[in-house]
Design a protein around this ligand. Structure first.
Ligand code: F3S
Length: 406
């Protein structure tokens, strides 16, 4: 790689040990990907949950703290593996909480904004079109690349914080214009969409695309950001979609031919039947098995989504034999409180949990065997994470299952 004098000085340790270690990692990853140079970034989003990082993650972050590391660009952190306020209520073992707290202390000492959110693009960390950023978290990456038009690969743990500390990332993959063109077209022939359809469509697109960049025709031009959030999360978890172009919706598809002047190598027409088939495939549970827990909020619930739940919950309460958990950011919870949405829902029996989610927290301790969710990402990931079966239903179906009339 061709390095600037400043980058060489980092490698020699003249900016401290954390910067030296970070630069070494960036250069070695860059060289392994054939990158020629490092490029500046304007934002980072890192992983910080103990459930995936384990002791090795703690050791690495604490080493950077010990070496004087400090984020040079605005940096947020993905959800934690525990709800810092309600971990006892959610039965998280104390030693597990202690490990997560060490990660919390480390990221805060490194100057990370303690957002503990997988939707940083809604608050605290909002990149602009065409900016280079270094983000982790597959659904956030899909949103940043596709909906905003910023540029990032799916940055793995370790590289994310090194990029945040140095303000640099090796140039390869989606940082390069030539790698951002689509090669598979999804022609969606569906007239009306439910909320669940966007998750499911994402799963169809993700599964068929694999690592190719999909272009989608047929999404409504006025699709909400929440629905794009859910679509991207489904696509990123069912395949490895980090960027999609939606004709008439996402910015790069509005500015140029998303196929770069070439013909798509595959055209796939999506019908209502394809959506129904995928819904059935995502559910793994025996339809007659008793649901023990219903969860909403993957990606974390927004205020608009919370308002919709509130409307649907009028005159209903959670059944005694079922847990109904909703995951959201601290900001959404606080705004929900200010709007008078949270208290009535808590009185109706819903448990809110902030700054974490069902997938990355140790839900296993409850011994559930069957959960229900309205999220394709949660439904696709939770069975292997927590060794349980899942039923995948829309928000209405989840609420009807979890609650009864007052
Ligand atoms: Fe976010 Fe957790 Fe889902 S991090 S995208 S709510 S798996």
């Amino acid at each position: 790689m061709i390095l600037t004098d400043e980058e060489k000085a980092y490698l020699e340790g003249s900016h401290g040990q954390a910067n030296r270690l970070a630069m070494e990692l960036l250069v070695s990853v860059g060289e392994s990907f054939g990158s020629e140079r490092l490029i500046p970034i304007t934002s980072a989003h890192i992983l910080g949950h103990y459930g995936s990082l384990h002791q090795a993650g703690i050791d690495f972050l604490e080493r950077l703290v010990g070496g004087g590391g400090q984020c040079r660009v605005p940096t947020t952190v993905d959800p934690s593996s525990v709800d810092f306020e309600r971990w006892e209520k959610f039965k998280v073992p104390e030693d597990y909480v202690e490990k997560q707290k060490r990660l919390q202390i480390a990221v805060e000492k490194l100057g990370v904004i303690p957002s503990w959110s997988c939707t940083p693009y809604f608050a605290h960390n909002v990149p602009r079109f065409a900016q280079n950023i270094a983000w982790a978290e597959s659904s956030a990456v899909a949103y940043a690349n596709s909906v905003i038009g910023a540029r990032t690969n799916r940055t793995p743990f370790g590289l994310d914080i090194c990029a945040a500390i140095t303000g640099k990332i090796p140039e390869f993959g989606l940082y390069m214009e030539k790698n951002r063109t689509g090669s598979i077209l999804f022609d969606v022939k569906v007239d009306t969409f439910s909320d669940l359809d966007y998750h499911t469509l994402g799963a169809i697109v993700g599964r068929r695309s694999g690592s190719r960049i999909p272009v989608i025709k047929g999404l409504p031009a006025n699709i909400t950001t929440d629905r794009l959030k859910c679509f991207g999360a489904g696509a990123a978890s069912a395949g490895s979609v980090a960027l999609y172009h939606a004709l008439g919706v996402t910015p790069e598809a509005q500015l140029k031919d998303p196929f770069g002047g070439k013909r798509p190598e595959e055209i796939f027409t999506v019908s209502r039947k394809d959506i129904q088939d995928m819904e059935e495939q995502i559910s793994t549970a025996d339809p007659n098995a008793k649901v023990e827990m219903v969860t909403l909020g993957c990606p974390l619930l927004s205020v608009e989504e919370l308002k919709a739940v509130f409307q649907k919950m009028r005159q209903r309460r959670v059944k005694k034999e079922i847990f109904f958990w909703i995951y959201l950011t601290q900001e959404t919870y606080d705004l929900g409180k200010a709007l008078g949405l949270v208290e009535p829902l808590e009185k109706a029996g819903i448990w809110f949990s902030t700054q974490t989610c069902a997938t990355i927290s140790p839900v296993k301790v409850w011994g559930f065997s069957h959960v229900m969710t309205n999220s394709a990402k949660c439904a696709l990931v939770v069975p292997s994470e927590h060794n349980l079966t899942v039923t995948y239903k829309g928000t209405d179906g989840c609420i009807l299952t979890a609650t009864e009339p007052v």
